[in-house]
Write a protein that binds this ligand. Structure first.
Ligand code: ARG
Length: 620
């Protein structure tokens, strides 16, 4: 349960509007008040419609209403005149101006400041979750309550490199899972491993020739990759190895205990290693599924449906084809001539299994299932969704919008210094080392860092994640070591540095001036927030007030960059406030009011970084 915002009860009462949540979103309070005013002046505009029309803006006023939205017969000028005539300043609105087709509202600084900072403070500490972590609930909303979803992401292939596509899927997918949770959804994080196929036959042959039990236990991911690369080289000269590999895979397919046992050992130890690396990245999965987990019956069921489908045709060579040219999705092979399952048939069977599993566990299927996969697989995902639809699976009806492919562009030039990093933790190790080098360059600061290793690791991972999520996900970007690791400009280290500075201001002022703010949530009637009058304080507060809206926008657009760009705006506003809104050496009430504003900024920056899966640092 959350404490609620005591201040709200002292303000004039607001009508209830669907979708408005003034207790969590301070801007909603102003929007409701504005909607009420518009509805009084223009009774033909319903409260709900008026509420939805109130938007934030970067110019001319704090909140703006575009009159043509209401689709009324009267001209915008006439409508504006009516609203202006009826306007009286109150606790929620200070002034109203009319410009073109827009109504521009200015909010009273006192209410804006008090309500925003009080809300952030009241929602800064929720009840601890299952892991004992108290997440701040300011910024979250309940729009997804009762809805369930799967986010499938990362999905690497055992014994093959963890490439840039997997890295982006991991970063973006983990973010989206957090984002939907912030909107009140029940989210399951699924990893769909490439863990079945002929290559496991060859891997088993390699294991018998050169496997090391010790290496496997130390780091299965790297060891399996190494022996797989080696056996492939040998097999070029010795085709007999391929014959042995086929024989082994056949045993796997037939369920031979020894063969399956070895494969399972490879899989389990690989997952163990993946889990460690994901944990380092502050990411976890609820389910490790994979190509191996698709049951024969599930594949059989779709293949039989396909055989009977009027959309399918049998090729002369025996393969079964589905023609999707009508949908600009080319043709897809759905059954090989030898009957062995394909990538797409496994995906079809797996989707049905997931739907059935949710039905069984929750009484209904999922409301959404997101596949976070690189744009290179646009055609595959398009075909896969279309086939489900054509076969008549209700949950795949595009009108319901349940299935969704979240794609992303390529990472260009992700070569590492040593050129050997093919796995995620090698990439992270190298990032950490490079970050450590950057930190050492500032000798004074470096000496003060308490845990140098951990700091280098976390700031390094922040750099990688922020670089990845700065641009819109559809775009390609260049992997640029020196740029992403810099503490200047819009980078991950810059964001961490700002968070640390926001943490240290309270410590420093306590030491030098003996002024201390009580822990949150606190009694704000003790504070003199009306001392926060400067434009820089107002700009910062308005930005803090728009955090819940930002979360909603990011969800609607499914873009991590919306959150990252917000972090930049916030840190820029904080940076420019430092120079003017000084805390040190100020009279106590003013110092406390400013500290409170900075603490609110810290709470919001902390929440934004966590949403991005980043662990914010308190000290550096
Ligand atoms: N393992 C695949 C690859 O590395 C990605 C899997 C994507 N997910 C899916 N359901 N097909 O290319």
């Amino acid at each position: 349960a959350f404490a609620g915002v005591p201040l709200l009860s002292q303000l004039p009462e607001l009508p209830h509007i669907e979708g408005a949540d003034p207790k969590r979103n301070p801007l909603d309070a102003f929007r409701v008040a504005i909607a009420e005013q518009i509805n009084k002046a223009l009774p033909e505009v319903k409260l709900q419609a008026a509420f939805e029309a109130v938007q934030t803006t970067a110019k001319d006023g704090d909140l703006v209403v575009a009159l043509p939205r209401f689709k009324l017969k009267a001209k915008p000028d006439e409508l504006a005149k009516k609203v202006l005539e009826q306007f009286k300043p109150n606790a929620y609105m200070e002034s109203l101006a009319h410009k073109g087709v827009f109504l521009n509202y200015m909010l009273p600084t006192t209410t804006l400041t008090q309500l925003t900072l009080a809300t952030i403070d009241a929602l800064s500490r929720s009840a601890p979750d299952a892991n004992g972590i108290r997440k701040m609930s300011y910024g979250t909303n309940k729009s997804g309550e009762g809805k369930r979803m799967i986010v499938e992401f990362s999905s690497p292939n055992i014994a093959k490199p963890f490439h840039a596509g997997h890295l982006r899927s991991t970063i973006i997918g983990a973010f989206l899972a957090n984002l939907y949770e912030a909107n009140g959804w029940y989210v399951e994080r699924w990893n769909y491993l490439g863990d079945w196929g002929k290559q496991f036959g060859l891997l088993a042959v390699a294991w018998k020739k050169m496997g090391s039990e010790e290496e496997l236990r130390k780091d299965a991911v790297t060891h399996l990759y190494n022996i797989y690369v080696a056996i492939n080289k040998e097999a070029e000269e010795n085709p007999d190895l391929h014959t042995q590999a086929r024989a082994f895979f056949k045993k796997m397919e037939d369920g031979d205990e020894e063969a399956v046992g070895l494969w399972r050992k490879f899989r389990d130890l690989s997952i163990k290693k993946y889990e460690q690396t994901y944990a380092r990245l502050n990411i976890h999965f609820d389910v490790y599924s994979g190509e191996s987990q698709v049951r024969k019956e599930s594949i059989q069921e779709v293949v039989e449906k396909l055989r009977e489908s009027p959309y399918c045709e049998r090729e002369d060579n025996g393969a079964l084809l589905i023609d999707l040219k009508k949908y600009k999705l080319e043709k897809a092979i759905v059954e090989r001539s030898d009957g062995t399952p394909l990538y797409i048939t496994r995906d079809l069977g797996e989707a049905n299994q997931r739907w059935a599993k949710f039905k069984e566990q929750h009484g209904k299927g999922f409301d959404k299932m997101i596949y976070v996969v690189a744009s290179q697989q646009d055609l595959h995902l398009g075909q896969f969704f279309k086939v489900l639809e054509l076969l008549g699976y209700d949950y795949a009806d595009p009108k319901e919008g349940r299935l969704q492919h979240i794609n992303f562009g390529m990472v260009l030039g992700m070569s590492t210094r040593k050129g050997t990093a093919v796995f995620l933790d090698h990439i992270l190790d190298e990032t950490k080392e490079n970050m450590h080098d950057v930190m050492r360059k500032n000798a004074d600061k470096y000496e003060q860092i308490i845990d140098k290793e951990r700091t280098a690791d976390i700031v390094g991972m922040t750099a990688v994640k922020i670089q990845d999520m700065t641009g819109r996900r559809g775009n390609n970007y260049n992997f640029d070591w020196s740029r992403m690791l810099s503490f200047e400009g819009d980078t991950g280290p810059y964001l961490q540095y700002n968070h640390v500075r926001l943490c240290s201001v309270e410590r420093r002022v306590a030491e030098t001036d003996g002024i201390e703010l009580p822990p949150s949530p606190l009694d704000i009637s003790q504070l003199k927030l009306d001392l926060l009058t400067e434009p820089k304080a107002r700009d910062l507060t308005l930005l803090l007030a728009s955090w819940p809206d930002t979360v909603k926008t990011a969800t609607r657009e499914q873009q991590p960059s919306t959150i990252v760009q917000y972090c930049y705006k916030l840190t820029h506003a904080v940076s420019s406030a430092w120079e003017v809104l000084i805390v040190k050496g100020q009279e106590k009430d003013l110092a406390l009011a400013r500290l409170f504003m900075y603490r609110s900024a810290r709470h919001v920056l902390n929440a934004a970084l966590r949403l991005l899966t980043i662990e914010p640092l308190d000290r550096m």
